[in-house]
Design a protein around this ligand. Structure first.
Ligand code: FES
Length: 102
């Protein structure tokens, strides 16, 4: 797998600490927290809400529809680690954001 440049940090996060992108027929959610970036499927495993419309708080992504709490570091649901978001390696380098897609 190779790193794919998807855009610059300032542009992708101009409206806050979440951003969504469509790439290779995937809808991905990008989440920025404490200078680190995380990339997950942008669909809540409960009923499919777009997680990038939720809130980032205390290391968690809070689903905007029913409040499920998913760990930013792992993608796991806080109270049920068997439920986990599909994740994609992400990094920021010189203000540009890169993802590894499968
Ligand atoms: S759709 Fe996310 S908690 Fe229900």
């Amino acid at each position: 797998m190779t790193w794919v440049k998807i855009g610059c940090e300032k542009e992708l996060f101009k409206n806050g600490n979440t951003s969504s992108i469509e790439i290779e027929e995937k809808n991905l959610g990008l989440f920025l927290s404490k200078g680190k970036i995380f990339a997950y499927q942008n669909m809540c495993p409960h009923k499919g809400a777009p997680l990038t419309e939720g809130e980032i708080k205390d290391g968690l992504v809070i689903c905007p529809w029913h409040g499920w709490q998913l760990e930013l570091n792992s993608g796991q649901m806080r109270n049920n680690p068997k439920i986990c978001l599909k994740s994609y390696p992400a990094k920021i380098s010189d203000g540009e954001i890169f993802l590894e897609l499968d």
